[in-house]
Design a protein around this ligand. Structure first.
Ligand SMILES: Nc1ncnc2c1ncn2[C@@H]1O[C@H](COP(=O)(O)OP(=O)(O)OP(=O)(O)O)[C@@H](O)[C@H]1O
Ligand SMILES: [Mg+2]
Length: 211
């Protein structure tokens, strides 16, 4: 399967993933490409129901392992129902989080055994990985700042606190280190337009010129 058109976005909460996906989608559509965006967990009827269970604030005692299986159940449905058929049709797929989030949040953040995380991720994706992953690098302290700014109600994961985000951040750093070919690290502490231009530059080089 050709995954050049499969692009994922990773980074801590509020690092700007959704903002940048929207901009890149507009750019690619302007260039005449078909683009489909997916958010994780979710993106299919079944996956959206699983999303509701995962983000329910009443589920404070959900274990890390339960979390990982639910995220992965939502993902496998998404891969079969959307990602594989759309890639075959030549769509660009812009993923708002993918397996690296599971490794960072459930693996590094919640301490689920990393080898188990790797096996579950492999099973949930059929080994289908993005051609490029944009990692919007953002310090945990900055998450708090943007959280306050937005005034949005905290969901269960966001209520987990700074220690948790420190572990997730370190996790992302290690994942980036271990996946140098796939990962493109971008300082999320720049203006929206500046980040967008960098992303377009990379997509041109890594994908458009290769099509
Ligand atoms: N480069 C930027 N500089 C300043 N503010 C930004 C930047 N990018 C996004 N924002 C703002 O920060 C907030 C979070 O952005 P966004 O929703 O894109 O992040 P996210 O990574 O998708 O977050 P989440 O993980 O919670 O979905 C929004 O209010 C957005 O307008
Ligand atoms: Mg978002």
């Amino acid at each position: 399967m050709d995954t050049k058109r499969f692009i994922s976005f990773e980074g801590l909460d509020y690092s700007g993933k959704t903002t940048q996906i929207k901009r890149l989608k507009e750019y690619l559509e302007g260039e005449g490409f078909k683009v489909y965006t997916i958010r994780e967990p979710g993106g299919t009827k079944i996956s959206e129901k699983i999303r509701r269970i995962l983000l329910d604030k009443a589920h404070v005692n959900m274990t890390g392992r339960c979390e990982i299986f639910l995220y992965s159940a939502a993902r496998v449905q998404l891969v079969e129902e959307q990602i594989i058929p759309l890639l075959k049709k030549g769509y660009f797929i812009l993923a708002d989080r993918y397996v690296d989030s599971t490794t960072a949040y459930q693996g590094y953040g919640r301490g689920v055994d990393l080898e188990m995380v790797r096996l579950i991720n492999e099973a949930a994706t059929y080994g289908i990985m993005p051609g490029t992953t944009f990692y919007l690098k953002f310090l945990p302290e900055q998450v708090n700042k943007r959280t306050k700014l937005s005034g949005r109600e905290l969901d269960r994961l966001e209520a987990a606190g700074l220690d948790f985000y420190q572990r997730v951040f370190q996790g992302y750093e290690k994942i980036a280190e271990n996946n140098k070919n796939r990962f493109v690290v971008i300082d999320a502490n720049q203006g929206i337009e500046q980040i967008h231009q960098k992303i377009v530059e990379v997509v041109k080089k890594r994908t458009l010129e290769e099509l």
